[in-house]
Design a protein around this ligand. Structure first.
Ligand SMILES: [Mg+2]
Length: 292
């Protein structure tokens, strides 16, 4: 790993991405995005995974991608920065050392979220969390392999749950979660979490990169309401199509200037990132720094 001299004199491009339904398709593969992923990797552009998935799940994907950039787990609950990564100085932030990472913890403790969910269930809401399910049940629900479902259950900052009810009862549930001092969001499933979201995590990472470069240009890709805060925190927000070919109405409504990408999940991801890079292509050096 080369130690990059600081500060950078040129602008740097940073890309944030959701995983489920965005970089990953319904079979949890990113094959359709490989051409754009290669361009990103060849230029060493920071590609920051920002997902509702757990650290263990994201680590597996990062390994496949050969990605050593920071990542954000569990809907903004934690920012992980490899100790071997020299892109960022984190001395101004409160961090914990956890294995090979510095962790900036933003989320609530999982045990508190589990207690809150149990209380909500006791009040008659038909909720069921990943922590209530066997590995086999999580695998059946999500379509994950059992070995991957096990990683999905290693939660620290956010509990995923299922809930059956109409729109009115979803609103009641949301209000109840808020009244307990927790937050609610929706990706493929429902989530209860603390005072964290993907946008807060993106904001911190933007600040960290800004300390390293004269200008940071940011882009993000998502598909679900839990991506709204992330998309609202970048210069170039993109929404990809959902499995049924539609776009999240909530994203279109709440993210100003969000660019609709014509493609489902990783097909759209590939198109959007290729287009994004082609705008910078001639003026980007091999470290993702932009010469304009
Ligand atoms: Mg998603």
């Amino acid at each position: 790993m080369t130690l990059i001299s600081r500060p950078q004199n040129n602008p740097i491009l940073v890309i944030f991405t959701d995983l489920d339904g965005t970089l990953l398709d319904s079979a949890y593969t990113y094959e359709m995005a490989l051409p754009a992923l290669k361009l990103v990797s060849d230029r060493n552009i920071p590609l920051i995974i920002c997902s509702s998935k757990t650290r263990a799940e994201i680590e597996l994907i990062r390994k496949g991608l050969g990605n050593d950039h920071p990542f954000v787990s569990e809907n903004g609950g934690g920012i992980y920065i490899s100790k071997s990564n020299y892109e960022l100085r984190i001395k101004d932030y409160e961090t914990e050392e956890l294995d090979e990472y510095y962790l900036i913890k933003l989320g609530a403790d999982y045990a508190d979220l589990r207690r809150a969910l149990a209380e909500i269930r006791g009040e008659g809401f038909n909720v069921r969390g990943f922590g209530d399910m066997s590995v086999k049940e999580v695998a059946e629900l999500t379509g994950l392999k059992e070995s991957d479902a096990e990683l999905a259950q290693k939660r620290q900052f956010d509990e995923v749950f299922t809930f059956t009810g109409d729109e009115a009862s979803v609103n009641k549930l949301k209000q109840r979660i808020n009244s307990m001092g927790f937050n609610y969001t929706q990706g493929e499933y429902f989530h209860i979490m603390g005072n964290s979201d993907k946008g807060r995590a993106v904001g911190i990472l933007k600040e960290l990169y800004a300390a390293e470069s004269v200008k940071v240009i940011t882009a993000a890709l998502g598909n679900s309401p839990n991506d709204i805060e992330m998309l609202n925190n970048v210069d170039h927000p993109f929404v990809v199509k959902k499995e049924d070919g539609s776009y999240s109405r909530q994203i279109l409504h709440e993210v100003k200037g969000c660019k609709k990408v014509d493609g489902i999940g990783p097909v759209g991801w590939n198109k959007a990132v290729k287009k994004l890079l082609s705008n910078f292509f001639d003026c980007t050096d091999d470290r993702g720094r932009l010469h304009r």
